[in-house]
Structures are given as structure tokens and as C-alpha cells.
Design a protein around this ligand. Sequence first.
Ligand code: HSE
Length: 433
Amino acid sequence: MKPVKVGICGLGTVGSGSFNILRNNAEEITRRVGRSIVIEQVGARRDNDACDTSGINVTRDIFDVVNNPEIDIVLELIGGTTIAKELVLTAIENGKHVVTANKALIAEHGNEIFAKAQEKGVIVAFEAAVAGGIPIIKQIREGLSANRIEWLAGIINGTGNFILTEMSQKGRGFEDVLAEAQELGYAEADPTFDIEGIDAAHKLTILASIAFGIPLQFEKTYTEGISRITAEDVAFADDLGYAIKHLGIARRSKAGIELRVHPTLISHKQLLANVNGVMNAIMVQGDVVGPTLTYGAGAGALPTGSSVIADVIDVARTLTADPTNRVPHLAFQSDSLSSMQILPVEEIECGFFLNMTIKDRAGVLANITQILSTNDISIESLIQREREGSELVPLVVMTHDVKERNMNAAIAAIEALPDVAGTVQRIRVENLA
Ligand code: HSE
């Protein structure tokens, strides 16, 4: 059988990993596909010492690759959303299948890209866009396709998890750990995407669409980062039996869909609380399968390359399949996507961990508990610690589940009390049930 010809655009971390996997595992891949997959052309602004491109047609213009009539599958591994979008749409226009690791591109422009791909009868595969080497797209879209997915919650940013883990286990500083994550190739080109939750929000947007059969709605995802988490928050949470993890949570209820990324307290007893370092893990609750948990490397050249090449193999296997009988891009048939509304964060209900600094004098605690009670908020536990030589002391309150709207009102009233210094730190709590 004729070999399948791929063109690789981008030879950075993921591009080089994918290049080397195709080269080094060529024999095993041919045994799986029944035909060989060859690299026809590479488009990259510069060479990468990790890749031996001798004997391969290398161009500095990535558009040469998408316009090369020999190429069947284009690997878009350049990142970003402007040139990458033009590149992918041109590839589709030219009748080529596309494999991409670009979560921002899919989360922000996927609806348009998939519509175009469907019109042209080509596949756009994006396993590597979410959780690096973990085949979570395939798991939800195909492995769990008998289920009505109820919710999912995951650690889907390796850099953020690496930072929180190092801060909590080794007491290292935020900037120091971030610099190491960048050196190791985990962090995004703009690391604020990792720290402020944008990267995780891109990934959650994609997961929610394939879990619930809704269009991609990145702009409606509530997003909060980890940059305001302090060592004191981590220590108090630990004392109360919780770990602080940066979670992406998507849940459907009768009222609509929750789509949110934020630091979250989860009990140390949960497996997710013990996912450390750059590792990612995603819990998916299906109505018939119950809870599932998938764990693996969420970033890095070879783990992410593993997902890229798995997509290439999938596409190679279905090259001759009738386009109408392929697995739909967003798991559900495009004319069956649901218009269920994404809930505003004020409508979401969960427990809260509040960390504040108060004056240690009579009546302060009574005022705070009165405000909580007025807003229909029930306290689960409360810790007040002494701080030697200071009249200002930390107070931590854990609450039972309450609507975010009530909590906003209570926090505003607490912050207005003369005996409360500064702002109240709020971290949501999840019981993952
Ligand atoms: N910056 C991302 C992370 C890379 O840290 O998880 C994988 O998407």
C-alpha cells in the first residue's frame, strides 16, 4: 500500500517530539496501520538539534507544506491563533487532514474550523491539545460514548500543578519554580497562560464540548489563576485535610452547564489530591460507568508527541472511510449539538475556604458569623491562630455549599468591617461527588 505522507509545521518542543516518534517507532507504527507513514516535508523557521532532518525536504515557509500536493496529513505544531488558523484553514481548503496540538486554536476557533473541515470531508484531530500524553479526548469521545457524562474535573495544566506541588512540598518560591517549568519545556510561550488559568480554560472548553455535545464556548468559561495562592493558604488547607489544586470543572445540571477553572480545595483522600508535579489527571463521571480517573504526563515533547502521532495513526486508518461515518469532531453529530446555557459563576454552588486577617478583639468573630448567617451561609469549621506580638491574626472559615452570589455579598460585608484587614482570600471547595 502507498505510504501516508505527512508534513510537519513547527519543530519546537511538540514538533520535535512528534518528528522523533515517527522516525524511531516507524516499524511499530507500520505494523499498526498496515502502511508506512513518512515525513514528506518539514516547515520550520529554524533547525532543532534534537531532530536529524538530513534527507528530508525542509522549508522555512510553513505554507509550502500546506500547499504541497504530495502531503496527506498536515501537523500544525506552531501554536498561536493567527498564523495557525490561516495555516489550518488553507490545509483544509487544499483537502488535507490536519492534526494539531493547539488548544487555543481549537477552543477559540474550533467551531469555524470543524464546519470547514466537514464541508471539505477532512478530519481535524486534536488529542494533543488536552492533557499532553493522556488520551482523554478519545476516552470521552469514544470509550465513554455509551454514557451521559455528568461532570468532569481535572488537573489539566502541568506547569500550574508543578508550581503548587513544589510550593507545598519544598517551600520553593513561585518565580523560581516557574523558571524551571519553562526550562523543562512545560510552560506556554507566554507563561501567564499557565498561571492565570487560560491554558486550562482552553482545555476545559474542549473537554466540555465533547462531554456534553455543546459548541465550543471559551469566552463563557470562568477563569481564575493560581498567582494569588499563598504559602499560608496551602498550610491552612493542609491542616484541614485538603490540598489546593488548580482544577478545571465542567458539570451539567437542570439549570445549565458549569464551566470553571479556579484553585480548589479537595480532600487529601481524593486520588486527584495526590496528583503531583507536572502530571495531569482527569476524573470523568458517566451515568453508567460511574467515576473514572485517567493520569499521565500533561506536557513535554514525547508525551505530547505520543498524542499527536496517535492522531496521525487514527487519520491514516480512516483515510478511506466515508466522511459521514467518521467519529464527529465534537463527539456528537454537528446538527445535534445542544444549546444548553453556560451558567454565570454567581449561580454556581460549592463550599468555600475563606482566609482573612482580623483584629483579635471581642465581637469580631460574632460580626463575621452574623454576616455569614444573614447570607444563609453555614459554617463547617473555623480556625483562628495567634500571631505573636501582633494584634492582627489569621482566621480561616470553611463553609458548607452555598451559591456564589451569597458568598460575594458576605465577603463584601466582611471586608467592610473595620476590624478586618485587607481582602478576604476565597478558594472554592469541591467534594467531587
Ligand atoms: N503549558 C501546558 C502545561 C503544556 O503546563 O500543561 C501542555 O498543554
